[in-house]
Write a protein that binds this ligand. Structure first.
Ligand code: CA
Length: 228
């Protein structure tokens, strides 16, 4: 499934241009014409990235970004802010609004797409069916895992486990969350099964010196922890 990108912009012409640009990049688009509308959409679906215009009627783009950063569900959502004036970028920096990147309007569609891709890659979202972090490369189509071109031999369960953890770097999952997402809700497996597969995954990564990335979070479960 292609990553979905939320676009929040009130001006129809610019929203259309954004939609055209992002769709052409191979992503799914969710559109909102206001921050309020965006929040309704986010209640139903969590995108992989949001592009938010600063100037919106009602709640401003900056206030929306701040709000998203405060909420558990959207805390990690990568955000690109669009601004009409370059002076606003200084404000953005000083605000520490948690915006990951910003562009001034009029923007170059090509550059916006490049930045979107780069930000998705940094956040662990799949880009062109590839999830890549810390030198580990997952091919979602062929289900192959490579490190620096060398194949890592892991089973299908370990693959799904690694994919989930890498798509949400730094996020700790407990065993029941891992069971639901990796094994599926309809399957009954004991929680200690998770530990067995985590162990296998670490063993597979160990020859590459990367087993340390799969960390145990005491009292919770496991997480993928990039070194930066
Ligand atoms: Ca606007």
């Amino acid at each position: 499934m292609a990553p979905s990108i939320l676009i929040v912009e009130d001006e129809p012409d610019i929203r259309d241009l954004l939609k055209f640009t992002i769709t052409r990049g191979g992503y799914d688009v969710l559109e909102a014409e206001s921050a309020e509308h965006a929040l309704q959409i986010l209640d139903l679906k969590l995108p992989e990235l949001a592009i938010i215009d600063w100037m919106l009627p009602g709640i401003s783009g900056v206030d929306l970004a701040n709000k998203l950063r405060r909420e558990e569900l959207t805390r990690q959502l990568p955000i690109i802010m669009l601004t009409a004036r370059s002076e606003e970028i200084d404000k953005l920096k000083s605000f520490e609004s948690g915006v990951d990147d910003y562009m001034t309007k009029p923007f170059s569609p090509r550059e916006l797409l490049a930045r979107t891709k780069a930000l998705l890659r940094r956040s662990g979202a799949p880009v062109d069916n590839i999830v890549e972090l810390e030198g580990i490369c997952l091919d979602l189509q062929s289900h192959e895992v490579t490190v620096g071109g060398a194949k890592v031999h892991i089973g299908p369960t370990e693959f799904r486990l690694l994919e989930l953890l890498m798509r949400h770097p730094n996020r700790a999952f407990d065993r029941s969350q891992l069971l639901d997402r990796v094994w599926g809700r309809s399957v009954y497996v004991e929680e200690r099964t998770v530990d067995v597969h985590v162990l296998r995954l670490r063993k597979a990564l160990q020859p590459h010196g990367l087993d340390r990335l799969i960390q145990t979070v005491r009292g919770i479960g496991y997480r993928f922890s990039p070194s930066t």
